[in-house]
Design a protein around this ligand. Structure first.
Ligand code: 1CP
Length: 347
């Protein structure tokens, strides 16, 4: 499967080639801060939007046209995997985040989860191919999934949480059942990510938003080990697709070189200079401006962006991004100011 975007700025940068400037995109770049997104959401609920390739392609491309990012990330959600495995998912307007009204609370419930569900996710593959068709090669398309630990956290807790205490007590008291769930998820994720690459995704990102929930040792056992299963299998199946792992809240990058990822998203709380020092030179870094900076002023944004870019040495594969998703209250002009600052940066 040749990567049709291998000459794009994003893919050249990820290979560590010398580039005229850093490529830039923003996590959660298609979303509520854009009036054009809100206009479409006013007519369609979130899951129908994800399941209608024409609409998903339209909102996927919005930030490319409106803020000028160098890549489009396919419009979907990490929770479509548990949904495809048979969990009832509710995403209601203005009622907090998405939730599973019947969370996993027993070994039997884990056993009952369906496997080999890739064909139920055809709508995601179709959204990718429709997006590619419309983009006509303008920018690469990024596919993504949630890492096993992060998906399991929502499936057991039932919804987003500050502590995920129900999930954590499940991990600590029923480790075997937990590993069974994480292994099941890993299998589905491998097929799903390969399916996205086959549909035309040019880069893949694995979001481990809740990596920082656990003590380091438990994170290695429940988080890293299963993320690595997924990353290594995708790497083996499709050696030339870049795979970025985003482990939010981790305290150390020890052992990350062996995970099977080609690069790492760095969260906003991490010092980019330290990440650059601890992660071996051949791996790509992505990030990590604090999304809250985008709530300030264009001048402030430019200055902070320049500081961020100055921390990256020549030769390091690097992609400019935020250190987590863009906030829904971000003024569109501020998002543009961030993208523009990256485009105009000179060492
Ligand atoms: O009504 C709406 O418009 C719903 C808001 C929304 C949107 C726009 C949700 C529900 N998901 C999305 C899209 C989405 N989710 C994308 C789109 C592509 C992009 O533009 O980047 C992506 C990559 C995600 C990934 C995602 N979903 C993550 C990982 C990234 C992160 O932010 O840490 C997580 C944790 C989720 C779960 C989720 N889905 C939606 C919400 C509001 C949440 C967070 C819930 C919570 O923890 O409380």
């Amino acid at each position: 499967m040749p990567n049709d975007q291998q000459h794009s700025l994003l893919l050249r940068a990820l290979r560590g080639e010398s580039v005229e400037r850093s490529p830039v995109w923003m996590m959660r770049q298609a979303g509520r801060y854009l009036p054009e997104y809100r206009a479409i959401r006013a007519t369609t609920n979130f899951l129908s939007l994800c399941r209608t390739p024409d609409l998903a392609a339209e909102v996927t491309i919005q930030p490319v046209d409106i803020v000028g990012v160098d890549a489009a990330i396919i419009f979907s959600d990490i929770l479509v995997i548990p949904e495809a495995m048979g969990m009832y998912l509710v995403v209601e307007e203005g009622k907090g985040g998405p939730r599973f009204p019947e969370p996993l609370r027993s070994v039997e419930a884990i056993t009952r989860l369906q496997s080999e569900v890739s064909n139920r996710l055809d709508y995601v593959y179709n959204a990718i191919s429709e997006t590619k068709r419309r983009l006509q090669g303008r920018v690469p398309v990024i596919g993504f999934a949630g890492a096993p630990l992060t998906l399991a956290a929502y499936m057991v807790e039932g919804h987003g949480s500050k502590t995920f205490n129900t999930f954590k007590s499940f991990l600590f008291s029923e480790p075997e059942a937990a590993h069974q769930l994480l292994e099941k998820l890993s299998k589905e994720l491998i097929e799903y990510l390969i399916g996205q690459a086959k549909a035309g995704a040019n880069m893949l990102q694995l979001f481990d938003t809740w990596a920082g929930l656990l003590p380091e040792e438990e994170y290695r056992t429940f988080g890293l080990r299963h993320a690595s299963t997924v990353l290594s299998a995708v790497r083996e199946a499709i050696p030339d697709i870049p795979t970025l792992y985003f482990p939010k809240g981790v305290r150390s990058y020890d052992g990350f070189a062996a995970l099977g990822a080609s690069g790492f998203g760095i969260d906003w709380a991490t010092d980019l200079t330290r990440a650059n020092r601890e992660i071996p030179a051949g791996f790509a870094l992505q990030g990590n401006l604090d999304p809250a900076i985008l709530l300030t002023s264009p001048e402030n944004i430019r200055e902070s962006t320049e500081q961020m870019l100055s921390k990256i040495p020549v030769g390091r594969p690097y992609v400019a991004n935020l250190g987590h998703g863009i906030d829904k209250d971000t003024p569109v002009d501020n998002a543009r100011a961030f993208v523009q600052a990256v485009k105009e940066f000179h060492r």
